[in-house]
Design a protein around this ligand. Structure first.
Ligand code: CU
Length: 462
């Protein structure tokens, strides 16, 4: 994405939706987003000033001021989200995209949100983490009637505490969240806050999971835990934009988890502190350095650090199967199995048959494997040194000394200073180990090691 497209795209992609303007006359005009590019931060055109966030492969919902109240218009509707170039999935979302647009307000703002339901079934919106009147909490059947298809409801409350929040339906929740209905909400502090520091770059994204059969285009909605697509803001590597920062920037990354499992989010090259959760800012005395933070189901974590090491640093979920595409399931472990001859015989019956993973799976990142239409490979992406062998929840933090303040353009690949890249040692060749060489061990220990059974407890009890 170059600078020109970055700004031009953001300006032109925001257009009126197909919701009838006549029936919506009294409401703020709904704004829809066609682009999956990361929109530049939305500098508030009115209301109290704040430092806007950047939503990874997403955008912030514009509002109108009406007698001192910030009015937003969310439209719950079927959308097509391009999860990676060429991989389009039929989802449900808000205002043209999944996840929905980020809502940004200031502590103390009176907020009115119109929610129009264009889904084929009823819905609600729950404002996860907010202090609000009980009847605005969005739990269908409990705190409000559901919003029927075709109807518009209005929520109104004061954004009482600053912090990072999320929104999602509390109606047919398993189906609607499996289809991609979720969004981010940031309430900025109204003044200098002792626990909310100023940052130069403020990124946010939601962790998502989907079960899309390779070759199909609609998530399965009855999947409970066995999802096969792991996303940041409904995008998968290499479709996730990089987080581009200037060396020395104070960076905040806010990640919320609306999947059905936990995600240890790991950043290379830097230590961060968790400065806030959806419960609010963390007291300074309770912060400690980390390089990974587990974001449990329904949680939000706010990571902050000084980006003081130049380079292209991986930023990913540390569950290794969450950095893989949908072909990662149901592949038997073939390491150490000699396929010689077998593959030829099978190929006579199944012309496309390929031997997978007899030396590990690294070569799958490079092979041009035939895959069904409309999916992504299990391991993919190319860097300056070859195949990245990644997928899913993986992107890069790009730290550059010459990145200008406020410039979010991708600076390209890092140019490593001479002598700072791991390299081959010449004349030190050894063949890979073979199974024959590996000494057999009858009891599972190393044959030359003395095996001592721990006394006093059952050795199997580990
Ligand atoms: Cu994960």
């Amino acid at each position: 994405m170059n600078r020109r497209n970055f700004f031009a795209g953001a300006a032109t992609a925001v257009a009126a939706t197909t919701v009838s303007r006549v029936s919506m006359a009294a409401l703020p005009e709904p704004v829809s987003q066609g682009s999956t590019a990361t929109a530049p931060p939305l500098v508030p055109p009115n209301g109290r000033p704040y430092n806007p966030v950047v939503t990874l492969n997403g955008w912030t919902l514009p509002w109108r001021m009406n007698a001192g109240v910030k009015e937003f218009h969310l439209v719950a509707e079927p959308v097509v989200r391009e999860m990676a170039p060429g991989f389009k999935v039929n989802m449900w979302g808000y205002n043209g995209q999944s996840p929905g647009p980020t809502i940004e307000v200031v502590e103390g703002d009176r907020v009115r949100i119109f929610v129009t339901n264009r889904l084929p079934e009823h819905t609600t919106v729950h404002w996860h983490g907010q202090r609000l009147p009980n009847g605005m909490d969005g739990v269908g059947g409990i705190t409000q009637p559901h919003i029927p298809p075709g109807k518009t409801f209005v929520y109104e409350f004061t954004a009482r505490r600053p912090g990072t929040f999320m929104y999602h339906p509390h109606a047919d929740e398993m189906v609607q969240m499996a289809m991609g209905m979720m969004g981010f909400w940031v309430t900025h502090p109204k003044a200098e806050h002792p626990l909310i520091g100023k940052v130069d770059r403020d990124f946010c994204f939601l962790l998502g999971s989907f079960d899309v059969e390779p070759g199909s285009a609609t998530p399965k909605v009855n999947t409970m835990t066995d999802f096969n697509i792991w996303s940041f803001n409904s995008r998968v590597f290499p479709g996730i934009d990089t987080l581009n920062v200037r060396k020395g920037d104070r960076v905040r990354i806010r990640a919320g988890n609306l999947t059905m499992t936990n995600h240890p989010i790991h950043i290379h090259g830097h230590e961060f502190e968790v400065t806030g959760t959806d419960g609010g800012p963390v007291p300074r005395t309770a912060r400690w350095p980390e390089v990974s933070v587990d974001v449990a189901v329904g949680q939000m974590r706010q990571m902050e650090f000084i980006a003081d090491e130049e380079g292209d640093w991986a930023l990913h979920c540390h569950k290794s199967h969450h950095t893989m595409g949908p072909m990662g399931h149901d592949v038997p472990t073939m390491i150490g199995v000699d396929h010689k001859g077998v593959a030829e015989k099978i190929r006579k019956l199944v012309p496309d048959y390929m031997v997978m993973g007899d030396k590990g799976m690294a070569d799958m990142g490079e092979m041009e494997m035939p895959i069904p239409d409309n999916t992504v490979p299990m391991m993919t992406g190319t860097g300056p040194f070859g195949s990245a062998e990644m997928g899913g929840m993986f992107t890069l933090l790009k730290v550059r000394r010459d990145q200008k303040p406020g410039d979010y353009r991708d600076p390209g690949w890092f140019r490593h200073p001479a002598g700072t890249v791991a390299r081959e040692v010449p004349n030190a060749n050894v063949p890979p180990a073979t199974r024959k060489e590996t000494p057999a061990s009858p009891k599972g220990g190393r044959p030359d090691a003395t095996v001592r059974k721990p006394s006093g407890h059952d050795a199997h009890n580990h």
